[in-house]
Design a protein around this ligand. Structure first.
Ligand code: 13P
Ligand code: SF4
Length: 346
């Protein structure tokens, strides 16, 4: 078996051999030992745009989770192939919404509010749900394009069905001026709407098990321990946590907050630990700590390793198909409509 050092060297050799035929995209939550191989890094929005703009690479390898690789496949041409080093790297939140459940919810909403609802899905969802949104006049969004997506729908005087992250949906609707009293929750386990009879926003009750762990209590504790600390959290955290923080935004936004702050700043960051640790290493003149060190890393992001990246690159050269992420053309067609709407309005 190859040593870790040999694995790293072999990956760099294969990258050199493939040259511009290969593009490696890496999400900020990847481990340092993996992200070092990425040609481009970003949050979900930036990576979607980079995939859409990639016109020359034949092979795109996604260091991230499955829905991101699916999104890249939908946004690239047929002759371009998208790979993920571990096909089982999913997303617990995305799995909380199945297309058949969303359709059932939609039928109920259409009976109560015919033609009055726009479906918006967070990109953390299956291609089938993205296609459902595209086909029904809706769109996708990421954490950095959620504001734009909500404004787009609300300006048309429509209600919003937001799937699958209840927290991102509530945080975004709240920011857009919607009263929490006007938000209902679709209970996916019981198939029923809970809340006001005539809501303006309907939230799916899914959540990210990583971000949901950051609490207002952890913010009080960090403020007590580090006077003058600034707290920045991801909007997948609960509304109470976002309200108690100083800033909230996507991973790219969080990076910007830290980067543009003056030397000596102290930041407590409520997001995936791999990004927090990298920020701390990259900004030696500032103090960057995790908002809550007991929060575990995302188990799916951790599935990508240098070893399975090497196997993926060797497989791609040997025409093996086990790491290919391919969305069927009918689903991809409508999902592309939903994704392109997002890319055009942000
Ligand atoms: P962003 O990349 O949009 O910040 O999303 C974070 C996330 O949880 C991805 O899985
Ligand atoms: Fe899904 Fe949360 Fe992991 Fe992102 S961090 S992939 S939302 S479980």
């Amino acid at each position: 078996e190859l040593s870790e050092q040999d694995v790293v060297q072999r990956i760099y050799e294969l990258k050199a051999q493939l040259g511009s035929r290969l593009l490696i995209l890496g999400h900020h939550y990847q481990q340092d030992q993996v992200i070092q191989f990425a040609d481009l890094t970003g949050d979900s929005f930036l990576l979607s745009r980079q995939a859409a703009e990639c016109k020359d690479a034949q092979y795109i390898v996604f260091l991230g989770v499955n829905f991101m690789a699916e999104t890249a496949d939908i946004l690239t041409s047929l002759w371009q192939k998208v790979f993920i080093p571990d096909i089982n790297a999913g997303c617990i939140m995305a799995d909380m919404a199945e297309a058949c459940q969303v359709r059932r919810c939609w039928e109920v909403l259409q009976r109560s509010f015919p033609g009055e609802v726009i479906p918006i899905t967070y990109v953390n969802s299956s291609a089938e749900i993205k296609a459902f949104c595209g086909e029904n006049g809706g769109l996708t969004c990421t954490s950095s394009s959620a504001d734009g997506a909500f404004h787009w729908a609300l300006e048309q005087d429509m209600k919003v069905l937001f799937v699958p992250d209840e927290h991102l949906g509530r945080n975004t609707a709240f920011k857009a001026g919607i009263d929490p009293e006007e938000m209902a929750v679709w209970d996916r386990q019981r198939n029923r709407l809970v809340g006001p009879e005539n809501p303006r926003v309907i939230l799916w009750n899914g959540y990210c098990p990583v971000h949901q762990e950051f609490s207002p209590d952890s913010i009080s504790a960090v403020r007590k321990k580090h006077p003058g600390v600034r707290v920045v959290v991801h909007p997948e955290c609960s509304c109470e946590t976002v309200q108690a923080a100083d800033e909230a935004g996507s991973t790219e936004y969080i990076i910007d907050c830290v980067r543009t702050s003056p030397a000596g700043s102290v930041w407590a960051v409520g997001t995936e630990i791999n990004l927090v640790q990298r920020l701390s290493l990259e900004h030696g003149d500032k103090k960057i700590i995790s908002l809550d060190e007991t929060v575990k890393p995302c188990p799916d992001m951790l599935k990508i390793s240098p070893r399975n990246l090497l196997r993926c690159l060797e497989g791609l050269l040997g025409d093996r198909t086990e790491n290919i992420v391919a969305v069927d053309s009918k689903t991809a067609g409508w999902a592309r409509v939903a994704l392109q709407r997002m890319l055009s309005i942000r």
